[in-house]
Design a protein around this ligand. Structure first.
Ligand SMILES: C[S@@+](CC[C@H](N)C(=O)[O-])C[C@H]1O[C@@H](n2cnc3c(N)ncnc32)[C@H](O)[C@@H]1O
Length: 216
């Protein structure tokens, strides 16, 4: 019997329906959970706002809603947006106007103001000639004292040679966050756990960072 292809193979091909099928039931990303934790309990009379960029099938939007956030979720995949909408927690939040779901690409995106911008495993899929504009939008959207959570993919990752992917060296990544305090910065630089025939080298930075209140 042959093993099914690893889930990263679907992401490699941008086959998002297969990716979501394979990721179904997975817990929220550690970076978003860390950010939720760092903000602490939310006063319901003063809700906090999060932008969930490349929200996929809504995996991270749900714990944010459960923690009392209002959510502006965005993804370029029609299938991802449909799966996000179909989640019971999201349907309830749509009825209460606690979530806005946007089917939109990163290219040309206007990012609204937020206390947190979460981008889990999505920014590497922004084409490089659009990354700087997107990053400028992200940085401008985050309020002083607000946070970013998510991943930047590194230059030693196997996908760094793919033309439409955005990858950065460690120094370039740190430069993106030079006006932020790094609350968690974990570099992963390792071979995949699959067999040799399904090998991928992963290089990524898992980041939770707080925007400085005054520029240094
Ligand atoms: C690896 S998935 C991550 C999904 C989810 N955030 C998670 O952590 O499971 C990458 C997501 O980025 C979205 N994406 C890829 N390229 C995009 C683009 N150019 N514009 C908007 N979304 C895009 C995909 O549709 C997909 O949902």
């Amino acid at each position: 019997m042959t093993n099914p292809p690893p889930v990263h193979e679907a992401a490699h091909r941008r086959d998002w329906p297969s990716y979501f099928d394979r990721m179904q039931g997975k817990p929220p990303r550690d970076t978003v959970l860390k950010a939720i934790d760092l903000f602490g309990e939310i006063d319901p009379s003063n809700p906090l706002h999060v932008v969930d960029l490349g929200c996929g099938d809504g995996r991270d939007s749900v714990p944010l809603l459960n923690a009392g956030w209002t959510v502006w979720a965005q993804d370029g995949s029609e299938d991802g947006i449909a799966r996000t909408r179909a989640r019971p927690e999201i349907q309830a939040a749509l009825e209460n106007n606690r979530i806005q779901i946007n089917h939109a690409n990163f290219e040309g995106l206007q990012v609204p103001k937020a206390d947190l911008v979460n981008a889990s495993f999505s920014l590497p899929f922004c084409p490089p000639d659009h990354f700087q504009a997107l990053w400028t939008q992200i940085d401008a959207a985050i309020a002083p004292g607000g946070r970013f959570s998510g991943q930047i993919f590194g230059d030693r990752d196997d996908w760094a040679i793919i033309e439409d992917r955005s990858h950065f060296t460690r120094d370039e990544t740190l430069k993106l966050f030079d006006q932020y305090i790094l609350e968690s910065f974990i570099e992963e630089d390792r071979p995949s756990r699959q067999s040799e025939s399904m090998h991928k080298h992963w290089h990524m930075f898992h980041i939770v960072a707080r925007k400085r209140v005054t520029a240094s």
